[in-house]
Design a protein. Structure first.
Length: 188
């Protein structure tokens, strides 16, 4: 995709900006698939959701690669056309930087050896905190833009749908836990 975008749009400022937009969008799609895989499986036990859950690690790593290419585009823009980056707020730079730290940490720990070294609970906390932070970054990027431009509406809806799927799975699990007998009520 990166090569196709640059071949079609060129390597000038417009081509690099198009690459940045394309990789942001592909990153959101891949992130959303990984972010919702277990929730989708919980809500619908289908072959498609089984495949998503089985391949969640690879979808997450594909997201990390897509987002690394997004970063390459941003760095190219900053180096070759620094005036283009002058409008970027400190909040965006700092928030994006923290997001990239989490992307790198999550990608580096997306293997069984890292889970064993960190311990399951610390690994889970890293990935849980990182995924919600990244969802927040995507939502804060696309929701305001969707209000100003309908072209961003599908991306904003995808971000909202992802959190909706997670919430629905959590509510379903919560309802199931309330209905099932607990160990303290056994024998009463």
């Amino acid at each position: 995709m990166t090569l196709a975008v640059l071949a079609a749009a060129g390597t000038g400022v417009d081509g690099v900006r198009m690459l940045i937009r394309a990789t942001a969008r592909s990153s959101l799609v891949l992130f959303s698939l990984a972010f919702t895989a277990s929730s989708l499986r919980q809500l619908a036990r289908t072959p498609a959701t089984a495949w998503l859950l089985r391949n969640r690690r690879y979808l997450g790593l594909s997201f990390a690669v897509s987002h690394a290419l997004h970063l390459v585009g941003i760095v190219a823009l900053a180096v070759r056309w620094p005036e283009e980056m002058a409008r970027t707020s400190a909040t965006t730079v700092i928030g994006g930087g923290i997001g990239y730290v989490f992307v790198a940490a999550m990608a580096a720990t997306s293997n069984d050896r890292a889970v064993a070294a960190l311990g399951r609970e610390r690994w889970r906390l890293l990935h849980l905190a990182g995924s919600w932070l990244l969802w927040g970054i995507f939502a804060s990027s696309y929701l305001p833009r969707a209000v100003r431009s309908p072209a961003y509406l599908p991306l904003a809806l995808l971000a909202l749908a992802a959190v909706g799927v997670r919430a629905a799975a959590w509510l379903q699990g919560s309802a199931m836990r309330r209905r099932s007998p607990t160990s303290s009520s056994v024998g009463q």
